[in-house]
Design a protein around this ligand. Structure first.
Ligand code: FAQ
Length: 314
């Protein structure tokens, strides 16, 4: 009989040889659990992430902007569905995964616990939040678990469109009246630091990075991705005449990167632990939506079971 130790060695050899792990393949229980944790939190983030932008669908400044925003928010719902499906391939039911979110057991990205106060916030979310998401998710297109990697390829294509539409909103506002430029700057001021927090704690504080890198679930660390995002985004801000709200930001010739100020980690953990400006509001909205959709789920399940019985009788 093959020992677990041998199976683990074979598994690691497959990972090292860049082979994808598929749902029916043997995998260490810790690999499976780590993936369920990350992929489900990612799915929840996509779904909760619809709320801050959904808040502006009825108030978009014109029909074109409204159509784009509607499509974007709908895309995020689709991303949530791909990711919940990827979770199911790891042997957890969708019901239990969603129950973990609604009961507060599972996390979702800290970024979605901040309010969208003005139209410029919709630009800032597309530019910064989708921008940060892409930085992380391009890496995940090469993650070791097949269904997650394939979902990411599709998601990244859409996120790229989202990032551009957000940047375009910010560019138009920046070229507009002084009040409009001030609105764009104010949105950047409020979303910059929370966007940097999306990448998670410093590598030295990150509980999962070492194991996730060994298994190639993650291929770049939290700090590496955050630095890449800063380097790219600071230049984009300069192009549209906005100022990144970090007095310590400075190009470091030797490193070939921007040096930057420290994140307020107390604020980050406070939001992650459920005490951010909108945590309560977001959970309440998800629980209400789940309750309001109960009759649809029940009707769909009844229809499916009727069809199965008919098939069995035939
Ligand atoms: N917020 O050991 P690490 C999007 C938790 S999608 C809340 O470093 P890991 C699209 C972490 O879970 C945005 N919690 O963890 C969109 C762990 O807690 P646990 C979401 C956070 O997993 C755009 C603990 O801290 N993207 O934006 C956060 O190795 C616009 C220790 O952390 C993904 O989920 C945080 N920011 O690295 C939608 C991408 N950071 O689980 C709508 C996939 C860390 O032990 C509108 N996920 N924590 O209880 C990942 O790449 C990773 O999970 C990281 C964290 C990088 C987020």
């Amino acid at each position: 009989m093959t020992e677990v130790k041998d199976l683990e060695a074979l598994f690691q050899a497959r990972i090292d040889a860049e082979q994808k792990i598929e749902p029916r393949d043997w995998m260490p229980e810790k690999y499976r659990k780590n993936l369920v944790r990350q992929v489900s939190q990612h799915a929840h983030s996509e779904v909760v992430g619809m709320l801050p932008e959904g808040n502006w669908i009825t108030r978009a400044p014109n029909l074109r902007r409204k159509a784009i925003l509607l499509a974007k928010v709908q895309d995020e719902a689709g991303h949530g569905l791909y990711l919940y499906s990827a979770c199911e391939t790891l042997g957890v039911t969708r019901e239990s995964t969603i129950d973990d979110l609604l009961s507060g057991r599972a996390k979702y990205s800290s970024i979605f616990n901040y309010p969208t106060l003005t139209w410029a916030d919709i630009g800032a979310i597309g530019w910064l939040v989708d921008g940060a998401a892409i930085m992380n998710q391009v890496m995940l297109t090469r993650t070791s678990y097949g269904p997650y990697a394939r979902a990411m390829v599709r998601i990244c294509k859409e996120e790229s469109f989202h990032q551009r539409q957000g940047y375009e909103i910010m560019a138009v506002l920046s070229k507009g009246k002084p009040e409009q430029k001030a609105m764009a700057q104010d949105a950047l001021n409020r979303w910059w630091w929370p966007s940097l927090m999306m990448f998670g704690p410093h590598d030295s504080e990150s509980a999962h990075t070492a194991e996730s890198m060994k298994w190639k679930i993650k291929r770049e660390s939290n700090d590496e991705l955050r630095q890449k995002f800063i380097d790219r985004t600071v230049q984009q801000a300069e192009v549209i005449g906005l100022t990144v709200p970090d007095p310590d930001l400075k190009w470091n010739e030797e490193r070939g990167h921007y040096d930057h100020g420290e994140i307020d980690w107390k604020e980050f953990w406070n939001v992650v632990e459920g005490n951010g400006p909108c945590n309560h509001e977001r959970m309440k909205a998800r629980i209400t939506a789940h309750e309001n959709g109960r009759w649809v789920r029940e009707a769909a399940a009844a229809h499916a079971s009727k069809k199965t019985k008919k098939k069995q009788a035939a």
